[in-house]
Design a protein around this ligand. Sequence first.
Ligand SMILES: *[C@@H]1O[C@H](CO)[C@@H](O)[C@H](O)[C@H]1NC(C)=O
Ligand SMILES: *[C@@H]1O[C@H](CO)[C@@H](O)[C@H](O)[C@H]1NC(C)=O
Ligand SMILES: *[C@@H]1O[C@H](CO)[C@@H](O)[C@H](O)[C@H]1NC(C)=O
Ligand SMILES: *[C@@H]1O[C@H](CO)[C@@H](O)[C@H](O)[C@H]1NC(C)=O
Length: 347
Amino acid sequence: MSSAKKPNVSVIIVPLFLITLVFFGFLYHVYLNDAAVPILPYYELTQDNCTPYSLCKENIGIPQRSGPVLEAKARRLPRALIIGFNKCGSAAWRSFLSIHPDIVSPTLELRFFTENHKLGLEWYRSQMPLSTSNQITIEKTPRYIRSVESLRRIYEFNPDVKLLVIVRNPVSRLQSEYAHEMAKLPETSNISFTDWIYRNPFEGFVTYWSDYASTIRRAFSVFPHHQFLVVSEEDLEKDPVSVVKQAEMFLKLRPAVTNDVFVFNETKGFYCFNTSHPFFPSVLENHEVDVMSGCMIETKGRDHPSLDANLLHRIVNTSLPYVRDLFRLIHKQFDWKYYNKYIQEAC
Ligand SMILES: *[C@@H]1O[C@H](CO)[C@@H](O)[C@H](O)[C@H]1NC(C)=O
Ligand SMILES: *[C@@H]1O[C@H](CO)[C@@H](O)[C@H](O)[C@H]1NC(C)=O
Ligand SMILES: *[C@@H]1O[C@H](CO)[C@@H](O)[C@H](O)[C@H]1NC(C)=O
Ligand SMILES: *[C@@H]1O[C@H](CO)[C@@H](O)[C@H](O)[C@H]1NC(C)=O
């Protein structure tokens, strides 16, 4: 009798143990990936509409269910970050990327990996817009790239995060910084671009705004190269669709952005959103987009100061080694006026 009882007990205990194990394993898995992802209802996902494998790992092991696609919106932590650079068009890039139906992005710079780190990950998550599980969230704080401490925090947060970087012709970047500073001052305190430059120690100042390479090289010591996409503001300005397409490929999103999403505005001299395009309503949460014209509200397109020829030559001369260094580092060359003739000679 007693020998017949034993197998009966294990018949109950063993499956019970396995079920418990699987259940807690599943809970842990969900917790690890994104606590805000609702367990039910499942969003129907196939490898086809899934963003890249690495971005989709939260779906692996979650049972899939056929039936109608259900909207399961939640606030999700970013899987890609725009980490630099200041005064290089990162706001326009973020805005242009957010036209993609699979991208959501908070409008504000959250500075979480720099000064707001103490507010905690749940605060960071609470700042994110709602998204479905096949959309990715992109946060932009251009100062992240300058702080190794913040890059290390990002690595700790997610070593697989994709990093987007935008750079700009150093001369235009200086002009943009100048215009930005003058706009903050009362009219009477205006000084010319030349005076502004020479108010600072020339070499150090120009180097500060030109040396993208050292900063990117430092970031390469924290994250592998393949997790970075470096684009240029000039390309974004000339051909926003091609730059957004680079990001689509890099983030392994479906190709959705086509030429008719943007229209060139002759008055502004810039591309603006096509306000009649069906994607346009999704960018209206961006307070930097003008609802009527579809253009960036920010003082984009304000005139850059004219340049004194001698000063221009000095700036280019000082910054050229850093531009060369950048192009070598990222294995890419941008179409930057003033620099092209020197760079092409070198090749
Ligand atoms: C001061 O700066 C503003 C904006 O940059 C410009 O429109 C204005 O002409 C400048 N005034 C002088 C006196 O330079
Ligand atoms: C703007 O979008 C509408 C609707 O998709 C389209 O018919 C039109 O051709 C687009 N305009 C441009 C200039 O591409
Ligand atoms: C171009 O932009 C200006 C200023 O934002 C706007 O008033 C105008 O309507 C736009 N033109 C077109 C054709 O959209
Ligand atoms: C930059 O200046 C140095 C001397 O100051 C000169 O030797 C060099 O030829 C200049 N380069 C360019 C590109 O003008």
